[in-house]
Design a protein around this ligand. Structure first.
Ligand code: FES
Ligand code: FES
Length: 155
């Protein structure tokens, strides 16, 4: 089947098998390997991307379901001049990562959480990111990072 979508602002079109998962399409067909696969069972959130601004787990989404959509991956987050997005900057400044495996998914999930909420506090961030697992940080600095980014972004 032919699928066409916009990924990080660029139009892409490919022939895929109907069963192709969006995460495999992103990683293998588009060679955007910042989106990770941690579990393949919709548990860890490492594969989180945005479809039309909403965070989704791309390991449980078919590429054909994103046909015609506007998709953003971690590679699309930084500004065009290469400077980091405020969320990426906040993770860097607040030590919101260690090994970094969960980080692309955390950043993408945080983006939609911040966009969807006018006011975020610690509880709301913890609840909002409960679908994203981190085996390293103990979450404290991730929450700090998201709150710092939210205040920078006016949420
Ligand atoms: S790889 Fe998608 S939720 Fe874990
Ligand atoms: S920083 Fe290692 S899994 Fe989160």
């Amino acid at each position: 089947m032919k699928v066409s979508m916009t990924v990080n602002g660029k139009s892409v079109s490919r022939d895929v098998e109907p069963r192709t998962l969006l995460v495999h399409f992103i990683r293998e067909d588009l060679a955007l390997t910042g989106t990770n696969v941690g579990c393949d069972t919709s548990s860890c959130g490492a594969c989180t991307v945005l479809i039309n601004g909403e965070s989704v787990k791309s390991c449980t989404t078919l590429a054909v379901q994103a046909d015609g959509a506007d998709v953003m991956t971690i590679e699309g987050m930084a500004n065009e001049d290469g400077t980091l997005h405020p969320i990426q900057k906040a993770f860097q400044e607040n030590h919101g990562l260690q090994c970094g495996f969960c980080t692309p998914g955390m950043v993408m999930a945080s983006y939609s959480l911040i966009k969807e909420n006018d006011h975020l506090d610690e509880k709301a961030v913890r609840e909002g990111l409960e679908g994203n697992l981190c085996r390293c940080t103990g979450y404290h600095n991730i929450v700090k990072s998201v709150l710092a980014a939210a205040s920078e972004m006016g949420a």
